[in-house]
Design a protein around this ligand. Structure first.
Ligand SMILES: *Cc1c(COP(=O)(O)O)cnc(C)c1O
Length: 377
């Protein structure tokens, strides 16, 4: 999708907030503990390369991404720090990763053997992290025998440099620690089986780190916190208090492109789901669900000028309508998502409104919205 550079609709990202959040997290780390900035999914919709550069300025030691292409994007932008691909990369791409000095995740012994064939053929050495499935049931080793066999395989193998071992928690953002503790115990079990000495044994995501879960982690895979958002984001649930004070970085802004009066009884938008109860002023905003601002936001309150106004009628693919308290000029600023966590249109409120989490709201914002960067205070 081409970015709409001739349209007043932007995702705005406060780079000072990004740096602030990383520095705040770093100041809370233990001596020697490293921060890897998780910039997968275009940095949760914020723009991967730009966020990665700010992360380095603020002291990040490396990056995590979800897929190999995201790692290659960072390398292409001349970022030279370590990069770990957290997902399962096709073993056929092992050579490509090795040549770009990108670390891959090992999910199974079978993966390792398939990657070994590629690396042997290309005569390359690949950096890897062993994934342990301690209870997420997503990827990684969960059987002792497979894990031990992989260790034996790696000990004698010149094509792999085992730099890490990690696991991922299913509920580090919950106040109930039961499942979390089971996962820690399961991971400890695999740590005892380990025959290699990787540099980084890591478990912390944002939640495990900012809620001080007290598990040892040589590096923190810091994701949602970079963007200033509290990881305890279950729909409509209260947020857990964090040790680290974060600032949301993202806002979604546009302008009124037309303002007109709708007479009593007329409908607004497809299906006329909204009927004017009296003569009303309606403003049109030039973005819609194709920008990732989904139809479920119908009825959500956004800020137009100094007023909070409801979105009325169905959200269209490319436009939406708001009910204004009085006529306002074309060009009046519209803040659909505010970076003030206390605002009625904060990203957390937006996520609650559509029965989702702020991770998803941010990631859905499509490439049609240009990302605009600024230095907030
Ligand atoms: C996405 C992801 C993270 C980052 O999680 P946050 O909650 O955003 O901090 C860390 N580790 C893994 C394996 C992930 O997939």
């Amino acid at each position: 999708m081409v970015p709409g550079i001739h349209r007043p609709a932007h995702v705005r990202v406060d780079l000072a907030a990004i740096r602030h959040n990383i520095k705040a997290e770093k100041s809370h780390l233990e001596p020697g503990q490293k921060l890897f900035a998780v910039v997968k999914a275009n940095a949760y919709g914020h723009g991967a390369v730009r966020v990665a550069r700010e992360a380095v300025k603020a002291g990040a030691s490396g990056f995590c991404v979800a897929i190999l292409d995201e790692a290659l994007e960072l390398r292409k932008a001349d970022l030279t720090q370590p990069i770990l691909v957290l997902g399962v990369t096709p073993p056929a791409c092992a050579g490509l990763a090795a040549a770009a000095d990108i670390s891959l995740t090992v999910p199974t012994l079978a993966w390792l053997k398939a990657a070994d064939q590629e690396l042997t053929a290309a005569n390359l050495r690949l950096k890897v992290h062993l994934a342990v499935d301690s209870g997420m049931n997503r990827i990684g080793f969960s059987e002792d025998a497979d894990f031990l066999a992989a260790n034996d395989f790696l000990q004698a193998n010149p094509h792999f440099d085992v730099e890490g071992m990690f696991t991922h928690f299913a509920s580090a953002d919950s106040s109930d620690d039961t499942y979390f503790k089971q996962q820690v115990a399961r991971f400890d079990h695999f740590k005892h089986l380990l025959k290699l000495k990787p540099q980084w044994i890591h478990v912390d995501n944002t939640a495990a780190s900012v809620y001080d879960k007290g598990v040892k982690s040589d590096l923190v895979r810091f994701g949602i916190g970079i963007y200033g958002l509290n990881p305890s984001a279950n729909p409509a649930s209260p947020e857990l208090p964090m040790k680290v004070k974060l600032k949301p970085a993202l806002s979604l802004e546009s302008e009124l492109v037309q303002v007109h009066t709708v007479v009593k009884g007329e409908g607004v938008g497809y299906g006329s789901t909204y009927l004017a109860e009296r003569d009303q002023v309606i403003g049109t905003v030039p973005l819609g669900y194709a920008d990732g601002f989904i139809r479920k936001f119908q009825g959500f309150t956004v800020k137009v000028g100094d007023c909070y106004c409801p979105i009325v009628g169905r959200i269209c693919m490319d436009q939406l309508m708001v009910r204004l308290p009085h006529a306002m000029p074309v060009g009046t600023k519209v803040v659909l998502i505010a970076n003030d966590p206390a605002a009625p249109n904060s990203i957390k409120k937006a996520a609650d409104y559509v029965d989702s989490i702020h991770y998803e709201v941010a990631c859905l914002l499509s490439d049609r919205l240009p990302r605009e960067y600024y230095e907030g205070l």
